[in-house]
Write a protein that binds this ligand. Structure first.
Ligand code: PHE
Length: 486
């Protein structure tokens, strides 16, 4: 067996963890979720979720991974074998998510190529749905596979596979490029965005708080799940990454640096998208809230719109932007595969390259569903069940596990003794009381609402399939947590 892997330096770890956190979640998911759930209405729950759940759980995952030096299921299992399944659930949810995450990367791949000729034309919305996706009318009208998207998907998986093949060490190097370059590109787009006519209206929509929206359970649910998604919490990823840390490593500082820089990035992504929405609304003479469809397609309409508006070298900026999206996505995608394969390697002692190949292959096959003409609907439905329910449940279990099984004080002392600055009893309070209560409340409140009004108007049949997939992940985690020999 190879020796336990380690990061080359503290910076490599921070960059890898930031690399995992910052991804399509910031540039693609955050803006459309914020748009769908009311712009400014979304921001309050979002920041509440960041400080009361996001950062505390990030510290928890780092401490747990560092302390046990194991992947999620085995980190749980170290303390209590019967809880291993909760760790498996986390990595399975991550696996489910990477199946469609890679498809968004595939779209970006195609758009990267399209940029050279600005193939999306003068109206990117009219290009994206009818020409690029050739979107069918409902989820069950599958309508065949889209060749260009499959090509992009193959490219994406090959790239992911080769990026992780060498494990922690190679991740450490790749991320220097994949974290820093995107930041510069995003800033350029941001500046173009906010200088467009109408931008102010868009920004107002994004930044004006709306207190009455706080009564909507879906807003809270999506704020929590977006925080977990964006910080890569509840997937076992940060547990696995922290397990590669050298014995003397600051945990608390790192958690703050990572969480804050991540959310600043989302915020800039949001400012760029919303200023563009303001511009589009201004042009069409309609309200910002109704200017384009509220869904996963948003980024593929707004960013090409900004790119079209560059005074010169549009293809260059277009290509750079989509390349950036890919480089941002890649380290997030491979961290998801890593978390799963770290767990599987702890279980079976199979060689990593083979494992990664198997995982990538299966994820690719499942992803084909999202490359059909009805793919966007399925992507939306799967995201709803996995990122909302799956993820929030995984994070809830994590908090309960540490809060009531292993005892948060123990972990808090452990983290404090390693770190430059210490966390107080408030942390324990969050883990034991606040997080479990809020998450349970948010889940129940949402289920109640959803029984009355089906998610986004989909039929019961379509939603049932999403739910079934989530159920399957639960079953798989139970099966995987059973050890035959040892
Ligand atoms: N945090 C990543 C993003 O925002 C997504 C991700 C989730 C990556 C979980 C790894 C693990 O894009």
């Amino acid at each position: 067996m190879a020796q336990k892997e380690h990061w080359d330096s503290r910076t490599a770890f921070i960059l890898a963890a930031i690399g995992s956190a910052i991804g399509l979640g910031n540039i693609w998911r955050f803006p459309y979720i914020a748009y769908k759930y009311g712009g400014g209405a979304f921001l309050i729950p979002y920041f509440v979720a960041l400080f009361t759940a996001g950062i505390p759980l990030l510290i928890l995952e780092f401490a747990l991974g560092h302390r046990t030096e194991k992947s999620a299921p085995y980190a749980f299992g170290t303390f209590k074998t019967s809880w291993k399944w909760a760790g498996w659930l986390a990595v399975f949810v991550g696996f489910g998510i990477v199946t469609y995450y890679a498809v968004i990367m595939a779209w970006s791949f195609d758009y990267f190529v399209y940029s050279f000729k600005l193939s999306w034309g003068t109206n990117p919305g009219n290009f994206f749905y009818p020409k690029f996706l050739q979107l069918s009318h409902n989820p069950f009208q599958i309508g065949g596979l889209r060749g260009v998207i499959i090509l992009g998907l193959v490219g994406t998986w090959v790239w992911i596979y080769f990026s992780i093949i060498k494990g922690a060490k190679s991740v450490g190097k790749v991320v220097y490029v994949t974290v820093i370059v995107p930041w510069i590109v995003l800033l350029v787009l941001f500046v173009r965005g906010i200088t467009l006519p109408g931008a102010q209206e868009g920004l107002r929509y994004f930044l004006t708080p709306n207190f009455s929206a706080l009564k909507d359970p879906a807003v809270w649910f999506n704020a929590y799940s977006q925080i977990f998604f964006t910080l890569s919490i509840g997937f076992g990823v940060m547990i696995a990454y922290a397990s590669f840390l050298p014995r003397k490593s600051d945990i608390i500082n790192n958690a703050f640096i990572i969480a804050l820089s991540n959310c600043v990035t989302s915020f800039i992504g949001g400012l760029t998208v919303f200023s563009t929405l303001g511009y589009l609304a201004y042009q069409k003479g309609v309200a910002v809230s109704s200017v384009v469809a509220k869904g996963p397609g948003l980024a593929f309409i707004t960013y090409p719109t900004v790119i079209n508006l560059f005074p010169f070298a549009q293809p260059f900026f277009g290509a750079i932007f989509f390349l950036m999206l890919l480089t941002l996505g890649i380290d997030s995608a491979f961290s998801l595969v890593e978390a799963f394969s770290a767990a599987a390697a702890d279980k079976w002692k199979i060689r990593r390259p083979l494992l990664n190949g198997i995982i990538s292959g299966i994820a690719f096959l499942i992803g084909l569903l999202f490359t059909t003409r009805s793919g966007l609907y399925w992507l939306d439905i799967f995201d709803h069940y996995l990122a909302n329910y799956g993820l929030v449940i995984a994070a809830l279990l994590e908090a309960i596990f540490v809060g009531y099984i292993i005892g948060p004080e123990r972990l808090r002392k452990y983290a404090n003794q390693l770190s430059d600055f210490s966390i107080g009893k408030w942390w324990t309070f969050m883990i034991k009381i606040i997080i479990p209560i809020t998450l349970i409340w948010v889940i129940i409140w949402n289920i109640k609402d959803e029984i009355k009004i089906p998610y986004s108007g989909y039929t019961k049949g379509a939603l049932g399939i999403g739910l079934l997939f989530l159920g399957l992940l639960f079953i798989m985690s139970f099966i995987f947590s059973k050890e035959r020999s040892k």
